[in-house]
Design a protein around this ligand. Structure first.
Ligand SMILES: NC(=O)C1=CN([C@@H]2O[C@H](COP(=O)(O)OP(=O)(O)OC[C@H]3O[C@@H](n4cnc5c(N)ncnc54)[C@H](OP(=O)(O)O)[C@@H]3O)[C@@H](O)[C@H]2O)C=CC1
Ligand SMILES: O=C1O[C@H](COP(=O)(O)O)[C@@H](O)[C@H](O)[C@H]1O
Length: 580
């Protein structure tokens, strides 16, 4: 069993990019870059990085030390000396303002992730956390709210109580309207008090409904941006409802923010197994040569939840499962899966490759999609309500809570290979996985041992994103004994048996990256355009033709239509094969 070390300790064994890359990034540069072209934009100066405690080498998900400046910040100034770098670091302050602090996501994910980073010594010495929302709350009440969801989930649990106390002492609250410059000016004053004259780096996390993103960007940029450090904004999905609204949102945000200040989060990109996808592919000779139409028959991206839209029906009905899961989480994984090898692991190189592959994809057609909606179901004594039984959902809603789709990439590598997606709520199980089904062995010597159906004996590689993270490869083997009987077995890397420590939550990785300025796991605006381009015509057609979803019982495996869709392309869903 291998042991993992804290990502922010000096002896961390994080995967590192090539030595060339390392050199490029280890020459730390302090930047002083002011965008004067548009007076309405946030002044954008980066003077210093985090001040890691005790000289440990903080690492972002890219394996770069955190005290190295990402070149994507756009500056070209000459490197500073080590002494000046370290003195500037200790004089800088990081503040994270969670806008929408009273909300579900803030409580469930963002504050716990910030605490976990603090617990693991991943936050700089001088940091402050602010909650901002309209709800009236005192600092004490915010702390009370946050403390209810904090846990010490990492290995060194002994100082948990003290660590929580220390963390909560750094948390403050400012109540205000989202469109009020005065309220953000008040926040600015409070931030300045905490920053104590040091260089201030400010991160705003917009954990609010998307229709108020622009209000906040305007008020905060006008009144609460940093005057002497960087200012970055994390924006939660959904980024629009279609190509037009997404383009409009991007244009509006860019009136107040430069593209490299906007961190569009897709939390699936922060999941351990999704991060590992590129490592598996590009650092193991056995996989990359097989990664094409020559050997791969189909690829499946499967997401299912065993609960409905409980409590989020109001939001969900306006979006549906295709916008909620497929257009972002599953498509992002697909892009990472199918992209060509990037020149380096730099954010722009990786994102360039993702855009290229997304732009090679065919726009999704109605005949390649099946939509479903869960209906109520009684199981023993228990009754599970249907989607339209939710009081926040209209009775006649046609919004899909399930969808299956067949996508195609029209490039040399993937010509003709079906990329199947399936996503649903209120199904029989909770899981997210990538399944790669390989072609059958040509002229298979052991044909007779497999019976007539050679396809049943093909190899399948599964990356189980959650739960119970695992990578396993289904192989054919002989059952021990004198006869020649065949079996299917798994070569299995099950994370819980291989590694002792818990896997960090995706939000921890992504928050750390945003603090570090590492953009690789965030969505660039052209990626977003390409992603919406694939789905927008279909979404419009579904809505204009008022396509009725196929009903499926709560807790079932979903609509049978999904099987017909797969069968049309000669595919069987791997998760329903019985030996999954
Ligand atoms: N919850 C989740 O699991 C996920 C959420 N997201 C996205 O993250 C963001 C935040 O999600 P979540 O916390 O669930 O959202 P909430 O609906 O809980 O909203 C967050 C806060 O925003 C304020 N707010 C809510 N509605 C309005 C409104 N109509 N006008 C002005 N302010 C409003 C409220 O604060 P107050 O009234 O105090 O101002 C609320 O506490 C959203 O964009 C969501 O789509 C993405 C992935 C998962
Ligand atoms: O973005 C979203 O993701 C969650 C599922 O996230 P997970 O990390 O728990 O798998 C989903 O429930 C929600 O509908 C969607 O908005």
């Amino acid at each position: 069993m291998a042991t993992q070390i804290s990502p922010c300790s000096s002896s961390s064994t994080t995967f590192s990019p090539s030595s060339l890359n390392r050199e490029k990034f280890s020459s730390a540069k302090l930047l002083n870059f002011s965008r004067k072209s548009s007076p309405s934009r946030w002044v954008f100066k980066v003077h210093s990085r985090l001040s890691p405690k005790n000289q440990f080498e903080l690492k972002s998900s890219n394996g770069y030390p955190l005290n190295a400046i990402s070149l994507q910040d756009g500056a070209t100034e000459k490197p500073l000396s080590k002494e000046r770098l370290s003195s500037e670091q200790s004089e800088s302050n990081l503040s994270v303002t969670v806008v929408g602090a009273s909300g579900d996501l803030a409580k469930k994910k963002i504050f716990p992730a910030l605490f976990a980073l603090f617990y693991e010594d991943c936050l700089p010495q001088n940091f402050t956390i602010f909650g901002y929302a309209r709800t009236k709350m005192s600092d004490e009440e915010l702390r009370e709210m946050i403390s209810r969801t904090l846990t010490c989930r990492i290995d060194k649990r002994e100082n948990c109580g003290d660590k929580m106390e220390e963390f909560l002492e750094r948390c403050f609250y400012q109540s205000g309207q989202y469109n009020s410059e005065e309220d953000f000016a008040e926040l600015d004053l409070k931030l300045k008090q905490k920053e104590g004259g040091k260089v201030s780096n400010r991160l705003f996390y917009l954990s609010i409904p998307p229709d108020i993103f622009v209000d906040v960007a305007r008020s905060a940029s006008g009144k609460a941006s940093s005057k002497n450090g960087w200012t970055r904004v994390i924006v939660e999905k959904p980024f629009g409802r279609d190509s037009e609204s997404s383009g409009e949102l991007t244009r509006s945000l860019k009136k107040y923010l430069a593209e490299d200040q906007i961190f569009r989060i897709d939390h699936y990109l922060g999941k351990e197994l999704v991060e590992n996808l590129s490592v598996l592919r590009f650092s193991n000779l056995v996989f990359e040569p097989l990664w094409s139409r020559n050997y791969i028959r189909n690829v499946q991206f499967i997401f299912s939840e065993d609960f409905g839209t409980e409590g989020r029906g109001g939001y969900f009905d306006n979006y549906g499962i295709i916008r909620d899961i497929m257009q972002n989480h599953l498509l992002q994984i697909l892009a990472l899966f199918a992209m060509e090898t990037p020149v380096t692991l730099d954010a722009e190189d990786v994102r360039n490759e993702k855009v290229k592959v997304l732009r090679s994809m065919r726009h999704l057609k109605l005949e390649d999609v099946v939509v479903g909606q869960y209906k109520g179901h009684k199981k023993g004594e228990k009754t599970f309500l249907g989607y339209t039984d939710d009081p926040t959902v209209p009775n006649n809603s046609l919004t899909p809570t399930f969808a299956a789709a067949a996508l195609f990439i029209d490039n040399a590598r993937w010509d003709g290979v079906p990329f199947l997606m399936k996503a649903g709520k209120a199904l029989n199980t909770r899981r997210a996985e990538i399944r790669v089904q390989f072609r059958h062995v040509p002229g298979n010597l052991y044909k007779r041992n497999f019976g007539m159906d050679l396809d049943k004996a093909t190899n399948e590689l599964v990356l189980r994103v959650q739960p119970d993270e695992a990578i396993y490869l289904k192989i054919n083997n002989k059952i021990p004994g004198l006869g020649m009987r065949f079996d299917r077995s798994d070569l299995n890397l099950l994370y819980s048996t291989r590694y002792t420590t818990e896997i960090p939550d995706a939000y921890e990785r992504l928050l750390l990256d945003a603090i570090e300025g590492e953009r690789r796991l965030f969505i660039r605006s052209d990626e977003l355009d390409a992603a919406w381009g694939i789905f927008t015509p279909l979404l419009k057609e579904l809505e204009s033709k008022k396509i009725s979803p196929e009903l499926y019982p709560y807790g079932s495996r979903g609509p049978v239509g999904a099987h017909y869709l797969a069968a049309k392309y000669d595919v069987r869903w791997g998760d329903l094969a019985g030996d999954d």
